[in-house]
Design a protein around this ligand. Structure first.
Ligand code: COA
Length: 572
């Protein structure tokens, strides 16, 4: 009897082991086959719309190339000659080449500053972006002194603050390359007094320091007036001999106040600040040495990055089934030229795989899971108007991703104008929709997972809020060159005006005028010039940009010293 019991117990153990191992097997199998391939090739029926979109994309790419060329020239030939020959300084892009690892970096808002009421300010006088230094992603903020001596225009301040915000939101080390004459004086009233203006840079430096977000400054030019606080508030600063100066008022001011003649070097040069004032920590004879110091400083930041093999294992990604170039014909030239958004989704995801959520419900919004270069993400993509059902589904899916800690990618292409309310049944539909959109907005605003928004078409009206527009604080927001950003799309100005039968003619003129300004003001380049986004990206580069953004967001988990130990900056 006893041996029988023992045999039974052994059989039970073995069967439970078999059950466990087959459960593991099942689980593995389930994980491997979890994302069905979304096989949607281009069909002859798409041809007409595809070709029209392609023509529009080509025109947009031409504009993109022109803007790039404009920015590449910095402050112009004379300023470049003055900078390199008279002042013997390196150009900002050459500095970045010495600072960053030998690979592409993610430049932020390269067209910021173009087409502003106060003129074209190439790169807003300051390059910002995220690049790797000794494998570690770092934000950089680098003045371009060929643009009016690197002085800060209102757009420069906006660009610097956004770069700091990105460093804060994603816990990224931040490197400042300082070469600036301080405030651009003719516009001082728009730079100095308000909350999100000049002083905010220094406030952020203190907050970042307290949050243990490392900051390093390289003084490779003037740090005059406000600019002097950037290196003094960074945790470590490097200064270049003969090129770097730090002072609140320069030699002309000293002469005016005391009559004393003093050289910039004696007043606030690298020797003085590294040996006497202690404002900087490292003295460099020349720029190359300063960037070597900086790279070495970054390697002391105590991040533990995964080994290369581990990283490769994580990235068991497959390329999409279709060429990314096809995205140019899928990028809608206007809302009525939008094709099924799943044709865009499956040209961005690993192996064109997509696990759709609620495929049969609220079909004007597509939601589901996919991988992008091995990163699991939740995708929310407009596929028509954000109806009551679509918004309910959107809110549900966002909460699902929040619960599972899965980053969200929004592909935004919203309706060109608000829905009409002329009948009782329309009023009912619209008020239901309003409630559902409100709850989707709450879900998006409160979701604590990283969010990345790509405007692939229109960004109009309230639908754009629910789709994580700029005001909803996505970690990154990029535009395709064909994108349109305005409260209502060009051609739909009539929806903004009250009908007036008595003055039909006058109203028509007003509508035309409004449509014309909507056309000008809604272009992706107009938006990017004002920094309503983090930059215009090419459709065919989107997968790579998303990969970089997801890698960047993920890096914070490798920082070993994250607890807050003190609330004051580290410097003396
Ligand atoms: N506001 C507005 N314009 C300024 C400026 C400022 N604070 N500082 C410099 N500029 C302009 C110059 O007028 C010049 O304009 P231009 O090209 O149209 O002639 C251009 O920037 C470059 O200046 P320049 O002095 O020729 O170049 P540089 O490279 O030799 O020197 C600086 C650059 C910034 C070191 C030097 O101009 C300087 O010390 N400026 C004063 C800085 C200052 O006192 N700032 C206080 C801010 S509160």
């Amino acid at each position: 009897m006893q041996s029988c019991m023992l045999r039974f117990a052994e059989q039970l153990r073995q069967s439970s082991v078999r059950c466990m191992s087959s459960a593991v097997g099942r689980r593995r199998k389930a994980l491997r086959s979890a994302f069905p391939v979304l096989d949607l090739p281009l069909q002859p029926i798409h041809h007409h719309v595809y070709e029209a979109n392609l023509r529009n994309s080509k025109a947009c790419l031409k504009m993109y190339a022109e803007f790039r060329e404009k920015v590449r020239k910095g402050g112009g030939e004379n300023a470049v000659a003055r900078h390199t020959q008279r002042n013997r300084k390196l150009l900002v892009r050459d500095r970045l080449r010495l600072l960053l690892d030998d690979e592409d970096f993610l430049e932020l808002s390269p067209f910021a500053g173009l087409g502003l009421p106060y003129g074209d300010i190439p790169s807003a006088g300051c390059l910002t972006g995220i690049g790797r230094i000794n494998d570690l992603w770092c934000v950089f903020i680098a003045n371009d002194a060929t643009v009016k001596g690197g002085t800060a225009y209102p757009i420069t301040v906006k660009k610097q603050l956004r770069a700091q915000e990105i460093a804060i939101q994603n816990r990224l080390p931040c490197v400042y390359l300082v070469d600036s004459g301080g405030a651009f004086l003719p516009l001082q009233s728009e730079i100095f007094p308000d909350k999100n203006q000049g002083g905010r840079t220094f406030y952020n430096e203190a907050i970042m320091s307290a949050m243990k977000i490392p900051q390093v400054a390289v003084v490779c030019g003037s740090c005059t007036a406000g600019g002097a606080y950037v290196p003094t508030m960074a945790e470590e600063a490097v200064m270049v001999h003969r090129i770097g100066t730090i002072f609140l008022g320069g030699p002309p001011l000293v002469k005016a106040a005391t009559g004393e003649q003093v050289s910039p070097e004696d007043l606030g040069g690298a020797r003085l600040h590294s040996a006497v004032s202690g404002c900087v920590d490292h003295f460099a004879w020349e720029e190359k040495e300063a960037f070597d110091y900086t790279r070495n400083i970054i390697s002391t930041l105590n991040f533990h990055l995964p080994e290369e093999e581990e990283d490769t294992l994580r990235r068991t990604e497959e390329e999409p089934l279709y060429s990314p170039e096809e995205l140019l014909g899928l990028a809608p030239q206007s809302y009525s030229y939008s094709l099924d958004v799943k044709m865009i989704v499956n040209r961005l995801t690993d192996g064109s795989r997509f696990q759709e959520f609620k495929a049969c419900y609220g079909t004007t919004l597509v939601t589901g899971f996919a991988k992008i270069h091995g990163h699991l993400v939740g995708i929310v993509a407009n596929n028509g108007v954000l109806s009551y059902e679509a918004a309910l589904k959107g809110g549900h899916f966002v909460q699902l991703c929040d619960q599972r800690d899965i980053p969200l990618i929004f592909l935004q292409n919203t309706a060109p104008a608000a829905a009409l309310t002329l009948t009782t049944s329309q009023a009912e539909t619209n008020s239901n929709r309003l409630k559902a959109q409100g709850s989707m907005m709450s879900a998006v605003a409160c979701a604590s997972v990283p969010k990345i928004t790509v405007v692939i078409g229109g960004c109009h009206g309230a639908d754009s809020y629910a789709m994580c527009g700029r005001a909803f604080d996505p970690n990154f927001l990029f535009l395709w060159p064909n994108a349109r950003v305005s409260v209502t799309a060009p051609g739909h100005a009539g929806s903004l005006l009250l009908p007036d039968d008595e003055q039909e003619e006058e109203q028509k003129k007003q509508e035309e005028k409004l449509n014309k300004s909507l056309k000008e003001e809604s272009s992706a380049f107009f938006s990017s010039g004002r920094m309503w986004d983090d930059g215009v990206i090419l459709p065919q580069d989107t997968r790579k940009v998303l990969r970089d953004a997801l890698d960047i967001i993920k890096q914070q988990q490798y920082q070993l010293s994250t607890e807050k130990r003190q609330s004051a900056p580290l410097r003396m």
